[in-house]
Design a protein around this ligand. Sequence first.
Ligand code: ATP
Ligand code: MG
Length: 568
Amino acid sequence: MRWTQTLISTLRDAPQDAEIPSHKLMIRASLIMKLGGGLYTFLPLGLKALRKVERIVREEMDRAGALEVLMPALQPREIWDQSGRYEVLRDGMFKIRDRQDREMVLGPTHEEVITDLAARQINSYRQLPKTFYQIQTKFRDEIRPRFGLMRAKEFSMKDAYSFDVSWEAADASYQAMYDAYVRIFARCGLATKVVEADTGAMGGNFSHEFMVLADAGEDGLAECEGCTYAANLERAERATPARDPETTPQHPEAVVTPGKKTIEEVSAFLKLTPDRLIKTLIYLANGKPIAVLVPGDRDLNEHKLARALGGVTLQMADDQTIAKVTGAPVGFSGPVGLKIPVYADLDLKTPRVAAVGANVADTHLRNVLLNRDASVTEFYDLVIVREGDACPRCGKRLREKRGIEVGHVFKLGTKYSKTFDAGYLDADGNRQISVMGCYGIGVTRTLQAIIEQSHDANGIIWPLSVAPYQVCLVVPNTQHAESVRVAEDFLKTLEAQGVDVLFDDRDERPGVKFKDADLLGIPIRVVVSERSLADGKVEIKLRTEADKKMIPLADAVAFVESIIRGEK
Ligand code: ATP
Ligand code: MG
């Protein structure tokens, strides 16, 4: 392809709203163009790279035995009512009406549609296991679309769904997808970290996320310095620190703390470090008030709390409820004398002398011993893990990292198959329910994550497997007829071998061409110039390396091909 015949308009500066390197580079390198918030057009260069990612995904899905289907993005509302998710996802979905005034949604995901497919198409155990997949546009009314393709309103996802005769069989389907994901991201040149992930309010289930480590990542992760344990912060656990039990002969003493509500205020006022305070939070669990206690220097992890309580729906209690159950305004709740269930972080199980809210306006209690002065219904690991906590597996130090979630594999169980009656007749002719898994890869997000992980100050550094072009052919001086002739020969020969070549045939200064070649990040740069040809050579440079090599003209094509085959 000749530069002058395609459409590449590189930019020196990124637009204001591009905050992270990959977003800036995608715009500057003319891969995508913004239409509106969270909406992007793929320009020819960007689409070429996207198609390569899709191809890798498709090949690995096929290799794993998954069957490709294509489901409608436009879906009747009824199917969402049937699963009960219309209410759950309501604000996150784009909802529209047809001319008969029937409500439709633009699919944010396809569990409903695929389970309906399975319910109608699968009858017998002989047809199982089956894994279906599609690569398709999803629509989500994200609260904060940002970072370009990372969090868009319209994006491409590879979603797959497995149907099995049993939980054990479903494990094998899950593993097959997990393995395929490992291959997909490796082939995309991406280093990913697999972490245990939260499954929402579905108890017993199981899931892993594939994360690309990056400062710009929206997910927090914990990883162990000593073993392989790694988890999303939504899920990450910690070993409870060992402490010496404390005691005191003194009894709780009320202290007036006028207007001191936050941990910082109370800690400064009482001259106690935050770990000498106990934070009391009032929640509604499935609508019923509960109290939750965590050490004053820690934050509650609502996901862990919800799971510990068997997958309840949690809501922070409103001011009125707090006043009703504690007898005091917000900011002065404490465990002493509460008549509702009290759940506390495991770290509080070892008695410690602490201060708590007194359940009286403008008052706290000092010298409280939880085991003596209050009654705790149950202790669980409830706090958000942070750097330096102990690994739940091996006790070594946990580190905090940031990551971009590019893929998610999830054991679903029978939640959807029950609702849509997706089952099969077993060998004895009895009707059974299928066990499902679901598996997503953000294809467009993956494309951008590759750039986030692989760039430098000059531009993108594409891995060969997904680079829009593998070779960038530069003729610094297009007035030199011999250079142009050699370059055109080169272009023709390489293209005939199936190599993607971009020939920069613009009448531009060499400096501009070299800068653009770096910005576009094409892995192999071949320069044909008057000077190199004087020695019968061309100059070959890899985007990943600083050194150039002078290769005899006659060997140049073979040399490029050997790089592409991974031999050089
Ligand atoms: P996130 O927590 O980032 O919102 P999610 O848990 O909602 O992701 P899933 O529903 O599991 O994501 O979707 C599967 C994959 O689709 C994700 O792993 C991610 O790579 C991608 N994805 C999700 N939302 C978006 C979005 N708004 N823009 C681009 N890709 C997305
Ligand atoms: Mg989301």
